[in-house]
Ligand binder design. Structure first.
Ligand code: 9WN
Length: 426
């Protein structure tokens, strides 16, 4: 039996403890800056504790938006020592592209869940949001962000967004990326110094070979001035998670547009177009899941990734029933455990402790919970909700947990684990 009052108090302490004045760090030691999709999930939880802070969380992130519309995946805290995280601001050198006087950032992106978070944040306190002009100020920035994705990242000709680095997927070392990554020549481990292993066990993090390839891809992008073209990007993948969150965020943008007196029609049309393209190009009917599409090889990737069932968050998705069936089937067992593993439990690549190759992540659990509710799978949604709350409580707001034993893994006092907890309790 969960003590909801005490769990909320504990989660609030974590979330407020990671607040740094204008935004929240994902976790003090391992991730001492602002991360893009973390801030969105954080805002969803923070809105119940302080609607003002939740608005600021998103405003500070969009304050670092690039002129081309991209929202960088990391916004560096200028007072945190450079050696606290690798790759830091000195690696990305954003000032060389943006000029001086702007926040130092990375040049990659992360999944576009921000409009969804902005709409939820607005709804927590509409009066405050209206007084502060929260949505009228954020809306054009959200539109520019989505436009960057649609206009600059559609490499496959399918009307779908490509990610150009595993870090952009948010699911860094998912087995789904093994094939495209294997073509990348890794930077030798001696040429850079990882900092993550100062804070988390090596067996719970990406391997040295993964990191060498991450660094190669990021350095190549940087050395081309963060230009987006297939000639620059050796890794270009249409990922169901990114595209599903874009569709869900376009739906939220339609609500935002209606609230501020703009025309929501284009956003509604975008939801329909994106979800039709996803079903057409990425849906694997036989497996009942979405796969990624590798633009360079023309191959489908990663049928075992939980990213394939996250499109449940898309309103009106035509194949939602098939996804629910997959979610409760033997590969994910969500109906029994309530805890979505990040990779197919029956696949030989499943690794219960290693980052995005098996463990349960709370932001993904939250998205699936929302998706199940959206498609009227209320009982399963309730099982997921209870299991997430209990796992967050037992493990102590860890970054991820082992899907079989529930053992806590990765960072401690992880912000989005706490944020999701607060939202699930609301
Ligand atoms: C690289 C901050 C981020 C999350 C990602 C997660 C992890 C970073 C890292 O931490 O990635 O962006 O250093 O491993 O994979 O989803 O946003 O919490």
């Amino acid at each position: 039996m969960i003590d909801q009052v005490s769990l909320r108090a504990k989660a609030s302490r974590v979330l407020l403890g990671n607040w740094r004045g204008q935004s929240t760090v994902p976790a003090g030691g391992l991730y001492p800056h602002q991360w893009s999709w973390d801030s969105a999930f954080i805002a969803v939880g923070l809105r119940h504790l302080s609607a003002l802070r939740a608005q600021r969380e998103l405003e500070s992130l969009f304050g670092a938006q690039w002129p081309d519309g991209r929202v960088p995946h990391i916004v560096f805290d200028p007072v945190t020592p450079p050696e606290a995280y690798f790759p830091g601001a000195d690696f990305w050198r954003s000032a060389e592209v943006l000029g001086a006087g702007r926040p130092a950032t990375s040049g990659l992106i992360q999944p576009p869940v921000h409009a969804l978070a902005a709409w939820q944040t607005f709804r927590a306190d509409p009066d405050l949001a209206r007084r502060r002009g929260f949505l009228p100020r954020l809306y054009p920035r959200l539109v520019a962000w989505h436009r960057y994705l649609i206009e600059r990242r559609c490499f496959g000709g399918h009307g779908l967004v490509s990610i150009v680095h595993p870090w952009e997927s948010g699911m860094d070392n998912s087995p789904a990326w093994d094939a495209p990554l294997s073509r990348i020549n890794p930077v030798p481990a001696g040429e850079f110094q990882r900092r993550d292993l100062d804070h988390a066990a090596a067996a719970e993090r990406p391997t040295a070979a993964d990191y060498g390839r991450y660094v190669r891809l990021a350095a190549t992008y940087r050395d081309h001035g963060y230009a987006d073209s297939l000639a620059v990007h050796a890794f270009a993948v249409e990922d169901p998670l990114t595209n599903a969150l874009l569709a869900a965020s376009e739906s939220a943008l339609a609500d935002i547009a209606a609230e501020i007196g703009a025309d929501p029609a284009a956003h509604r049309a975008a939801v329909a177009e994106l979800s039709a393209a996803m079903v057409d190009v990425l849906f694997d009917e036989g497996e009942g899941t979405f796969r990624s599409f590798d633009v360079h090889s023309g191959q489908s990737l990663g049928g075992g990734s939980v990213a394939g069932i996250v499109p449940l968050v898309v309103p009106g998705l035509s194949v939602a029933d098939a996804l629910v069936k997959t979610a409760v089937g033997r590969r994910f067992r969500i109906g029994e455990t309530g805890l979505p593993p990040s990779f197919d439990l029956t696949d030989e690549l499943f690794d219960a402790n290693r980052y995005w190759r098996g463990p349960v992540w709370f932001n993904i659990g939250w998205l699936i919970w929302r998706g199940l509710l959206l498609h009227a799978a209320h009982d399963i949604a309730d099982t997921v909700r209870h299991a997430l709350l209990s796992a967050a409580d037992t493990a102590g707001f860890r970054e991820y947990v082992n899907p079989i034993t529930g053992q806590g893994l990765g960072a401690r006092d992880f912000s989005w684990t706490a944020a999701v907890t607060v939202d699930l309790l609301a």
